[in-house]
Write a protein that binds this ligand. Structure first.
Ligand code: 5RP
Length: 227
């Protein structure tokens, strides 16, 4: 599995050129991409490339690997954003947010000229929600009210708790995460929009219609899925 992640991360480098601002996603697959990108920058193979991190994890990795970073409020445009995903459907709609970084990821990836997704083949599903719940970032005081509201959507929501921290996971933005299992997701774009109308919801992990290209690591090599 790690080999497949490394292979897509390497392939993603071919989309990066001098003078680009690159959105740096979050997660284990993107971590390889950040490592490889840093190497090219440090070796002088790429010039004037800046990373725009989507999380503290991405920022720390960028610093560790010698990638100069900029904040969202410092750039005019984002050329390419590179990130992993938890599920990818046949129309390249995604579920993201296992790493709780979905809000900043969506802001950066929505604004990017090209959004490139890196996954291994285990992430491909026929329908979103098949394997993974939809993460929803919520204002802490509203978590219970929103969990109840989600019953109207036929979803069971669970407050995400930490593994090396007692109590709820607190996001980079100081919020909580609800993991919502939906009975069936027929229209990802519609659900993405609807969820964001619930007061107290900051953002949700459905990324419909924004991925331009998905690189899929398979045992036979890297496959490209395009919209
Ligand atoms: C973080 C994410 C990640 O990109 C997603 O969970 C994929 O991670 P990995 O590459 O480790 O499987 O959405 O919020």
């Amino acid at each position: 599995m790690e080999e497949l992640k490394r292979a897509v991360a390497k392939e993603a480098l071919s989309f990066i050129e001098d003078d680009m601002v690159v959105g740096l996603g979050t997660g284990s697959t993107t971590a390889y991409f950040i490592e490889y990108l840093g190497k090219l920058i440090m070796e002088g193979e790429l010039e004037d490339v800046y990373g725009l991190p989507t999380s503290y994890q991405a920022r720390l990795l960028a610093i560790e690997n010698g990638i100069p970073t900029l904040g969202l409020d410092e750039v005019d445009a984002i050329d390419v954003a590179v990130d992993g995903a938890d599920e990818v459907d046949p129309n390249l709609n995604l579920i993201k947010g296992r790493g709780a970084a979905l809000t900043m990821e969506k802001i950066v990836e929505y604004r990017a000229g090209t959004f490139l997704v890196l996954v291994d083949e285990s992430k491909l599903v026929e329908r979103l929600g098949q394997k993974m719940p939809v993460p929803i970032e919520v204002i802490p005081a509203a978590w219970r009210a929103i969990a109840e509201e989600l019953e109207v959507f036929n979803a069971d929501a669970e407050l995400r708790t930490g593994s090396k921290k007692d109590g709820p996971v607190v996001t980079d933005n100081g919020n909580f995460i609800l993991d919502a299992r939906f009975h069936r997701i027929d229209d990802p774009l519609d659900l993405e929009i609807e969820l964001n109308t619930i007061p107290g919801v900051v953002e949700n992990g459905i990324f419909a219609d924004i991925a331009d290209l998905v690189l899929v690591g398979t045992k036979e090599g890297v496959k490209k899925l395009e919209r």
